[in-house]
Design a binder for this molecule. Structure first.
Ligand code: OGA
Ligand code: MN
Length: 281
């Protein structure tokens, strides 16, 4: 079957049809998928039926795999690379990370080498009388950069922001060991995508606690204004999940957030894998 790439029509995102991820993917097909991923920032495949090892193997096609900090607590039996993202509790205990990323963010931006991308495979999705709940929104940090006025571009180009692991409130507060393992890091506010060469804004309100060489009040105002700019409606794609969706996003091109509009007994269960990354430039 030929591979079809159907853009969502929003600033980011495309559906890929004609791929069965449970079957081996030849190099030519994979190159088509990877090109679409780089170009569209978010890609998804509907109606997939894959095992945890198949998801891990597909993730590895994009490079190394990253072990997320949550994996130590909530991985899939036999597949330590997979983190369970879920609101489900069994015997009073959560089976996975709940409320992973309700505020806009780019995954693990507080690390020196943030992951290239993240993959979610939807096993169970919540709905209300057939109306899907628990959507995920994606904002194009590339379109947001391209829409900035020249004066703002000049103001921020070449600047570094401080990213602090403790800046964000988490549903599961980190341990002291996790805090010690993640000291503050610096990244350019304007990143160049390692594959496409396109520039993208890289500023998060919760995680960015300052800008190098700028006084605190001015930095705070700038971070807030840029973070709000990135999430303007024109830059957003909102994904309505169906069980069987495998979706992946690029952590340079987009920011994302989970919409928390459901709760038990409505169940949401995702298997998440994370790709290794590089130092942002
Ligand atoms: C994540 C994340 C969003 C969602 O897993 O990094 O932000 O909708 N998930 O589950
Ligand atoms: Mn996330």
């Amino acid at each position: 079957m030929p591979i079809e790439i159907i853009p969502t029509g929003a600033a980011v995102g495309a559906e890929i049809r004609g791929v069965d991820l449970a079957q081996p993917i030849d190099d030519v097909s994979f190159a088509t998928i990877e090109r679409a991923y780089n170009e569209h920032g978010v890609i998804f495949f509907r109606d997939q039926h894959i095992t945890p090892p198949q998801q891990v193997a597909f993730t590895r096609r994009f490079g190394e795999i990253e072990f997320n900090i949550f994996g130590e607590r909530w991985s899939v039996a036999g597949s330590p690379e997979i983190v369970v993202v879920s609101n489900i509790t069994e015997d009073g205990r959560p089976i996975g990370v709940r409320r992973a990323g309700e505020n806009w963010h780019s995954d693990m931006c507080y690390t020196a080498r943030p992951p290239r991308g993240t993959m979610l495979y939807a096993l169970e999705t919540p709905d209300l009388h057939g109306l899907p709940l628990g959507d995920t929104e994606f904002a194009s940090a590339q379109a947001a950069w391209e829409a900035l006025p020249d004066r703002m571009r000049h103001r921020i180009e070449g600047r570094q922001a401080v990213f602090d692991f403790t800046g964000r409130k988490r549903a599961f507060p980190p341990t002291q060991t996790e805090i010690d393992r993640n000291p503050p890091v610096r990244h350019p506010i304007v990143r160049t995508h390692p594959c496409t060469g396109r520039e993208c804004l890289y500023v998060m309100r919760d995680d960015c606690t300052g800008i190098e060489g700028m006084d605190a009040a001015e930095a705070e105002a700038l971070i807030a204004a840029l973070a709000e700019h990135i999430i303007k409606p024109a830059f957003i794609y909102r994904h309505q999940w169906r069980a069987g969706d495998l979706l992946m996003w690029d952590n340079c091109t987009v920011q994302h957030r989970a919409i928390q509009d459901y709760d038990m007994p409505r169940r949401r269960l995702m298997h998440r894998t994370t790709m290794g990354g590089a130092v942002p430039t």
